[in-house]
Design a protein around this ligand. Structure first.
Ligand code: UT7
Length: 329
């Protein structure tokens, strides 16, 4: 399939903190085991940021690598979007903080919040803004310090997540992987299946919200599992139908890295061999908005994606949100 006006990925970069924490280390803190975590999720270890490392610091490392990979001068970037649910602070946006840390011009910079689908949502938004011709080179980042919102006494959630960042430089001109199509959606009918209840305008911080541990991520894992498989399957089918591509033509799927059992169920429902799915969640856990760019960048570095091959990026997250992107390597 061809797209007369694709967005090119000029370069990519990713970063994870050096502090690796394996399942055994977590079992010393909560009632869990390496066996349970590995068999239920596929995760062996995750990287956790230092106390003084904020989301924008993780984003900075990934962005520096992406800008170098794209071989682009900083003054050519005219748009920054950071997808995150763990911003440095409620406001100003992490994108503004990143813009300053990178020494970029006084350019349009904002955060986008679509949880684990955030990076793919941001690709869609950047594609539209670049197509308007009012922006020329965008820096799109997925960055998360999930460790900052986890309840480290809750074994049902704290074992699942990790910290990290992935970044891409996008343009309508140049050369690189082509972003050919996008399919985003959301269903806000039950926000409580995955949320951080307090700290917003509905439930501002108070002694009660602190006592009730409402500033941490809460999740109904089983419900999210079922929804994840269903919405990702639908997003991929709708994306491929829109672009008249058959399932057989897909060479690679780079899914959100939450749980290998979710990926296996998705592969089964799409009738795509697991060999075509790129997974690295074993080493990083679920890094939310950073997960797809981290996997994409690692797959590229490993030489997994050959020029001309077709890939699908797909994610789901709190909201619920979902998103799929078609990419020609
Ligand atoms: O980006 C989106 C983020 N969220 C997700 O993707 C999560 C999607 N959901 C999942 O990945 C899975 O549902 C989980 C990994 C969270 C849980 O796996 P599960 O197979 O659905 O387990 P479960 O929730 O049905 O729990 C089974 C048992 C329970 O014990 P009982 O009630 O059977 O006695 C849990 O209390 O496992 C227990 N359990 C644990 N045991 C040891 C839950 N967490 C742990 C743990 N270690 N860390």
């Amino acid at each position: 399939m061809s797209n007369p006006n694709p967005t090119y990925v000029l370069g990519m970069g990713s970063y994870v903190p050096s502090n690796k924490v394996d399942n055994h280390a977590l079992s010393l803190r909560v009632d869990t085991s390496d066996e349970w975590i590995r068999s239920r999720t596929g995760i062996r270890e995750r990287c956790l940021a230092e106390d003084d490392q904020a989301c924008s610091d993780l984003a900075l490392e990934a962005s520096v690598r992406a800008l170098k990979d794209a071989d682009i001068e900083r003054d050519q970037i005219d748009l920054v979007i950071v997808a995150t649910i763990t911003p440095d602070m409620s406001f100003p946006s992490t994108a503004c903080l990143l813009q300053h840390k990178l020494g970029l011009g006084k350019i349009s910079s904002f955060d986008l919040e679509a949880a684990c689908s955030g990076f793919l949502y941001a690709l869609d938004v950047a594609d539209g803004m670049l197509a308007s011709n009012r922006y020329h080179n965008a820096l799109v980042v997925g960055a998360e310090k999930m460790s900052s919102i986890l309840d480290w006494d809750d074994r049902t959630t704290c074992v699942l997540f990790g910290d990290g960042a992935g970044a891409a430089v996008l343009s309508k001109k140049g050369a690189g992987h082509e972003l050919l199509g996008f399919q985003c959606g959301a269903d806000g009918s039950d926000p409580t299946v995955l949320h951080k209840p307090a700290g917003g305008s509905l439930l501002p911080a108070s002694q009660d919200t602190l006592n009730e541990r409402k500033h941490f991520l809460k999740m109904n894992g089983r419900e999210i599992f079922k929804s994840a498989v269903r919405v990702m399957e639908r997003a991929v089918r709708e994306l491929l139908e829109k672009h008249e591509i058959s399932m057989d033509e897909v060479d690679h799927v780079i899914p959100h890295q939450a749980n290998v059992r979710i990926v296996e169920s998705l592969a089964q429902r799409l009738e795509i061999s697991m060999d075509k799915f790129f997974c690295n969640l074993e080493n990083y856990g679920n890094t939310s908005a950073a997960s797809v760019p981290l996997a994409l960048d690692e797959g590229r570095a490993l030489g997994r994606f050959r020029s001309g091959q077709l890939g699908v990026l797909v994610a789901f997250g709190a909201g619920l949100t979902w998103s799929a992107t078609l990419i020609r390597f």
